[in-house]
Design a protein around this ligand. Structure first.
Ligand code: SAM
Ligand code: SF4
Length: 456
């Protein structure tokens, strides 16, 4: 029995008859969502059942994000609101984990101002949660553990996945890139890849369990395996996963443009299960800003890379991330970004207002852009991109496309929704028996963010 299993067993044995219920609140990226699935798996192994009702739970967990300030503010808001609940029900356990907790000043702030929090732990100590919960159940003091067991990769954790058709599969942790605006390398540590055999085993289990799609997760999947200093590479991983029975579709994110090799482009082209979509964050279109961001490529290199990708996969759908209002961004710099968007014609752009993150080099810059200018640039970019997205989607009208059916449509529960290989959402009339199946639909209507179709 591992240490983790021993503590899970001990918690399970405590009040085994009790009605143990948990809620979990996840902020931030897909990797956090995947971490929350592992936390949920541990909680269920300790006898807790999920509830969506906060008032009913005995264990409330917050898995936090600190990439942008607004994610942090939301956590503080929710934690503050829980004070009254803790006063009414002192036995409720409130736990906070994730990226925010890897920052000592945040932990100090919570210890001082949110004394009703019972457990604090960071991203490196996810596997220790059962031990911390056990300790907390046996003490009135706050249990905090943000020690850095960074090199350790915990395998075989229980997991309760949020979706029955598609699954997140983390292939590596951490980031070595230190983009000057980004907090991730400070809170997630250096790059560590999982062993290829562990990843394939997990994919095989998913295939056997009926999952049809996997999304491989890492801050920069292109550098997967480089830490092994052998032949392991991301393109090799894709070629291995192509052989896994049951898995019909493979997606991945995120690819850093500086490391996307021709070898990977060929693997994407050759592997029929690898989807026709690439998320390739460019962040800015001005070389001066790209350099200040420490992105290690120029707009010309990015354009050349996109040309090479489109040469091999002419129909590939491309999406990107852009930050507006990076310190010192002038109107001219922003025009270069708008020009790049017109030139590349992305299928979709995820646009972020620059958020100052204490501890990053960009936060020390004196020439921060005003909120008003940032917002105006954000709106202009959105307007441009929406018109491009709509035009690209309109070219799909009348086409017959294969979609993987995921479940009821979010906006209309009488409709079903699925995604094309290019990651476009298609809403159509259908029944729940189709969930998890690949079906062909005719595209009847094209909007900016989704398509409407009918079963063929
Ligand atoms: N590792 C991925 C990459 O390099 O593309 C992305 C990880 S990051 C969590 C997701 C996106 O958040 C980034 O691509 C960037 O656009 C955005 N982001 C990161 N730091 C930010 C900041 N300080 N302000 C605004 N957006 C930020
Ligand atoms: Fe952040 Fe850059 Fe690493 Fe992405 S590659 S996580 S943006 S430092």
């Amino acid at each position: 029995m591992t240490r983790q299993e021993a503590f899970m067993h001990s918690v399970l044995e405590m009040n085994p008859q009790a009605d143990k219920k948990y809620t979990i609140n996840t902020y931030g990226c897909q990797m956090n969502e995947n971490d929350s699935e592992k936390l949920a798996g541990m909680m269920e192994s300790m006898g807790y059942k999920h509830t969506a009702v906060l008032e009913d739970s005995n264990l409330v967990l917050f898995n936090t994000c600190c990439v942008r300030e607004n994610a942090e503010l939301k956590v503080y808001g929710h934690l503050g609101a829980l004070k009254a609940l803790k006063l009414r029900r002192p036995n409720i356990i409130i736990a906070v984990c994730g990226c925010m907790m890897q920052q000592q000043d945040v932990v100090n702030h919570i210890l001082k101002k949110y004394r009703h929090v019972d457990i604090i732990f960071g991203t490196h100590n996810l596997h220790k949660f059962p031990e911390l919960l056990y300790k907390s159940l046996n003490t009135d003091a706050t249990v905090a553990d943000i020690s850095t067991s960074e090199g350790y990769i915990a395998e075989g954790m229980p997991i309760k996945r949020g979706h029955g058709v598609k699954a997140w599969l983390t292939i590596m942790y951490g980031c070595n890139n230190f983009c000057s605006y980004c907090i991730v390398p400070y809170v997630r540590g250096r790059e560590r890849s999982r062993r290829i055999s562990d990843i394939i085993d997990e994919a095989r289990i998913l295939g056997r369990q009926g999952y049809k799609e996997i999304t491989l997760l890492g801050q920069n999947v292109n550098s997967f395996g480089l830490d092994f200093k052998d032949v392991t590479s991301f393109s090799w991983l894709l070629r291995c996963l192509e052989e896994v029975d049951g898995i019909e579709r493979i997606r991945f994110m995120t690819s850093h443009p500086k490391d996307l090799s021709d070898e990977l482009i060929y693997a994407m082209r050759d592997c029929s299960k690898v989807c026709g979509h690439l998320h390739l964050p460019v962040q800015a279109g001005s070389n001066r800003i790209l350099e200040e961001m420490n992105r290690k490529y120029t707009r010309e290199k990015y354009i050349d890379l996109v040309d090479r990708i489109r040469n091999q996969m002419p129909n590939i759908s491309l999406t990107t991330d852009i930050i507006v209002g990076f310190p010192g961004e002038t109107d001219e710099d922003f025009d270069r970004t708008m020009d790049l968007i017109r030139r590349i014609r992305f299928d979709y752009v995820y646009t972020f207002l620059y958020s100052k993150r204490t501890g990053t080099p960009a936060a020390k810059k004196s020439n921060q852009v005003s909120d008003k200018i940032m917002k105006a640039r954000f709106d202009a970019l959105l307007e441009l991109q929406n018109s491009i997205s709509k035009k690209i989607n309109s070219t799909l009208l009348g086409k017959k496309l294969e979609i993987l059916v995921e479940g009821p449509s979010k906006n209309n529960i009488n409709m079903m929704m699925g995604r094309t290989s290019s990651n476009k959402i298609v809403n159509f009339e259908g029944t729940t028996e189709l969930v998890g199946r690949l079906v062909v639909v005719n595209i009847d209507n094209a909007g900016t963010w989704s398509l409407d179709g009918s079963l063929v």
